[in-house]
Design a binder for this molecule. Structure first.
Ligand code: NDP
Ligand code: 2IT
Length: 449
């Protein structure tokens, strides 16, 4: 390594294993940016002198705490809560909260690391963070979820604030949970302030935040296809996931002329050859709002085929949009998609493609949009929610949607600008380099203590 990685480490993996042992998802996220950002750091004396790389891969702060809460049966359960405040160089920390049994420091560090690049790409002043808990909402009552959120905020409130850190939702943290978290924050501190985004519009939330991630994914896809003399109209779209990102991505894909033939969840996937409709999507949202509900009854209601325990990547389509979770699309799935003629892959989830899958797509020159660029619409509208809270005014849905459209186009343009490689656009390189430059410049400008 020619940039300033301490001499005692002779490889990136030795460095990561020493600094962050047993954190496979975090190692994966860092390994996937290194080849793109290394030449940029090497070319800059300022970046090397500031030891940007080592500082960029070390969270500024990690908080871990006990969450003790009471079940409906009166028993006390204990979960672990976290907030990883990764990089605050360009703004107060910002990023979602995830409640899922797979939440651990490796997962949250990968998410907060990627969030740092993503937030920089939006052009808004937001640092990177992520948090959550290993709490599993499956089978929990509404009252239990409310008590869990209250117990979680009992500690988290010490670490957040409009100028400090502004969390939002992620897996299993949607409008309902943000409401309970915000209520707990307000009761504990006595302050009504913009300390969370994704709030309902009845209490200072932003129009379009719910839709923003999924809509933004399809706006980015439209730009990417258009830049390659193509469009969404008439395309068959394979979507995984059945939550916030997946259902709003499906809605916008249909609005832009696509035919969406699948959704999935942790129990399996639905293949609906006739294509999703607004009625079907509305049913999915209502049905999946019950924690732990399987998507399987979709086929009893609307027809199509259910495949238990499987992912939808064996289906034939033009576009694949993984919108569920990390590493849900592996190398074999990528090969199958390529064999079946996939034209583009757009990541709605964070790091849904494994490293092997990305290599398959890259070697076959499949258009590929990484999550840190393609799903940035959610945090972008969160940024607009922060601005609206500051001015104590709400903007119209049309204005927010227009801003979201512009921000996604700007991110696409930045990826094209920085992602040129051998006569084609490498969107991953573009996102990594554009994100790095902004964060690194701010870190250099601010020095160290
Ligand atoms: P939701 O909780 O609304 O939905 C998550 C969906 O993914 C559910 O269908 C869930 O199935 C499925 N899922 C979760 N874990 C697994 C798993 N291990 N295997 C298979 N399926 C799984 O979350 P979101 O839609 O908000 O988030 C989806 C992805 O998008 C995540 O990667 C998140 O980080 C990312 N993202 C979210 C943003 C947002 O604004 N919400 C912004 C940017 C990215 P089940 O119901 O069975 O658990
Ligand atoms: O991964 C993400 O970008 C999010 N979960 C949204 C973060 C936010 O602060 O809106």
């Amino acid at each position: 390594m020619s940039f300033s990685l301490s001499a005692k480490y002779d490889s990136l993996s030795a460095f990561l294993e020493s600094r962050a042992p047993n954190e496979p998802e975090f190692h994966q996220a860092v390994s996937e940016v290194i080849d793109d950002i290394k030449p940029i750091i090497d070319q800059s004396d300022a970046y090397k002198a500031a030891n940007i790389f080592e500082r960029l891969v070390e969270p500024e702060r990690m908080i871990s705490f006990q969450v003790a809460w009471q079940t409906d049966a009166g028993e006390i359960e204990v979960n672990r809560g976290y907030r990883v405040q990764f990089n605050g160089a360009i703004g107060a920390y910002k990023g979602g909260l995830r409640f899922h049994p797979t939440v651990n420091p490796s997962v949250l560090k990968f998410l907060a690391f990627e969030q740092t690049f993503k937030n920089a790409l939006t052009g808004l002043p937001m640092g990177g963070a992520k948090g959550g808990s290993d709490f599993d909402p499956t089978g929990r009552s509404e009252a239990e979820i409310m008590r869990f959120c209250g117990a979680f905020m009992q500690e988290l409130h010490r670490h957040i604030g409009p100028d400090i850190d502004v969390p939002a939702g992620d897996i299993n943290v949607g409008g309902r949970e943000i409401g309970y978290l915000f209520g707990a924050y307000r009761r504990i501190t006595g302050h009504f302030q913009g300390v969370l985004t994704g709030k309902d519009e009845s209490y200072a939330g932003s129009a379009m935040r719910t839709e923003a991630t999924g809509y933004g994914v399809m706006y980015f896809l439209s730009d990417m296809l258009e830049a390659h003399d193509d469009g969404l109209d008439g395309k068959t779209v394979i979507i995984s996931g059945a939550g916030n990102v997946a259902t709003y991505a499906a809605e916008k894909a249909i609005a832009l002329g696509g035919k969406v033939i699948s959704l999935s969840d942790s129990s399996g996937f639905v293949h609906d050859p006739e294509g999703l409709t607004q009625e079907k999507i509305d049913w999915v949202r209502a049905h999946k709002s019950k924690p732990g509900a399987s998507l399987q009854p979709y086929v009893d209601k609307f027809g199509g085929d259910w495949s238990e325990g499987k992912t939808p990547w064996g289906l034939e389509g033009d576009i694949a949009a993984p919108c569920a979770t990390q590493n849900e699309l592996d190398g074999d799935a990528a090969k199958t998609l390529v064999k079946n003629g996939i034209k583009a892959v757009i990541e709605g989830a964070n790091m849904p493609s494994t490293t092997d899958a990305k290599e398959v797509f890259q070697s076959k020159k499949v258009l590929f949009a990484p999550g840190k660029a393609a799903n940035a619409g959610g945090v972008a509208v969160s940024g607009l929610e922060i601005s609206q809270n500051r001015k104590r005014q709400s903007d119209d849905a049309e204005d927010i949607d227009a801003s979201l459209r512009t921000i996604m186009s700007n991110i696409h343009a930045a990826c094209v600008e920085e992602g040129k490689r051998d006569g084609h656009v490498d969107y991953t390189k573009g996102a990594n380099v554009a994100g790095l430059r902004k964060v690194a410049d701010a870190m250099v400008a601010q020095g160290v203590a």
